[in-house]
Design a protein around this ligand. Structure first.
Ligand SMILES: [Fe+2]
Length: 328
């Protein structure tokens, strides 16, 4: 890739610096041998995804991308000028699915349709609706979070592809490195106590109810906010889901836990340094879903359109619990 522009020590933005050559044609030929049906161009976790992954990993453009995205220590990487602009949806999404599968195992975002490629764009009228409309289906901002925080096995990575960037000056993509949150907490005694408590305590994350009918059915996932993974620190974070979890489990709702969560939320939303970029059309953003938090700045342009694919390190057949929801 070209010169890396450092946005934070481990989050980068760069331009594509390889030629696709015939590789997109090769990818389409491989993918269409496995899929007789593209599932409305959203694809689904293929039953032979391990075999398909091996085949795709022989394509040199995908090898190049994989090496680059997973290069030592990178936690977030935006590649501009990916080379899919203006392509028909079927072809574009097949290449995005192939990129995702060469990095891991894409999961279904939607339990009903099993779509892997999820369109992030405002639903008509979402700006006026106060009803439950998720971050990915409305204009406005998205608070910083990790995806699938309320499930047993949050996906380790995700991809976003910018089909159409917001033209209103808003909608910047935000990423925060978990290490920067930790460093910010270490600056004060209250911050250090917060880090200690949220590394120890099992916190209730409420699974959002997708359908109003299941509103009474409360599902909770218990997990710590901070966890060590080898040498590095990881996070699960979705403040609104934790507050709803505490409302459903008042036995866990203590003043010290409330105060720690509020302090951490303030550090995340207001103080921690962040990658903040208006990503142009045809940009691919990859991020580590455990070592970064993501969100977006507010926007108003209803034509903004991104595609998201979540990617697990474990094949779908070995995963526990739901793979994800359209939320986040
Ligand atoms: Fe998200």
């Amino acid at each position: 890739m070209g010169a890396l522009l450092k946005q934070s020590p481990q989050i980068f933005i760069t331009e594509r610096d390889f030629d696709w050559g015939d590789d997109q044609t090769a990818i389409l030929a491989i993918v269409s041998r496995y899929f007789s049906d593209y599932n409305g161009n959203g694809f689904y976790p293929h039953p032979d995804e391990v075999l398909l992954q091996r085949e795709l990993q022989t394509v040199s453009a995908l090898q190049h991308l994989q090496r680059h995205l997973r290069h030592a220590g990178a936690r977030g990487m935006a590649i501009t000028g990916l080379g899919l602009a203006g392509q028909p949806e079927a072809q574009r999404n097949a290449v995005l699915y192939a990129i995702a599968l060469s990095l891991g195992f894409p999961t279904s975002t939607d339990q009903r349709t099993r779509r892997v490629a999820w369109d992030i764009r405002a639903r008509p009228g979402s700006a006026e609706q106060n009803r439950f409309v998720t971050f990915s289906e409305r204009v406005g901002n998205a608070d910083m979070h990790t995806d699938s925080s309320f499930y047993p096995m949050p996906e380790e990575q995700f991809l976003l592809y910018v089909v159409h960037a917001a033209q209103c000056g808003g909608g910047a993509s935000l990423l925060i490195d978990v290490d920067d949150i930790h460093a910010e907490l270490q600056r004060t005694e209250a911050g250090r106590a917060t880090f200690a408590l949220l590394s120890e305590a099992q916190v209730p994350f409420r699974v959002p109810s997708v359908y109003a009918a299941s509103e009474e059915q409360v599902e909770i996932e218990m997990a710590p906010v901070f966890a060590r993974l080898g040498e590095t620190l990881t996070m699960r974070w979705r403040y609104d889901s934790i507050l709803k979890g505490l409302a459903a489990r008042p036995d866990l709702d203590t003043p010290s836990l409330r105060a720690a969560l509020a302090l951490l939320n303030e550090v995340i939303e207001q103080h921690a340094p962040r990658f903040c970029q208006h990503l142009p059309d045809d940009t691919l953003l990859w991020a580590d879903n455990r070592r970064t938090l993501h969100g977006r700045a507010t926007y108003t342009d209803p034509a903004r359109h991104l595609i998201r694919i979540r990617i697990a390190d474990t094949p779908n057949a070995e995963r526990i619990g739901p793979s994800g929801v359209a939320l986040d």
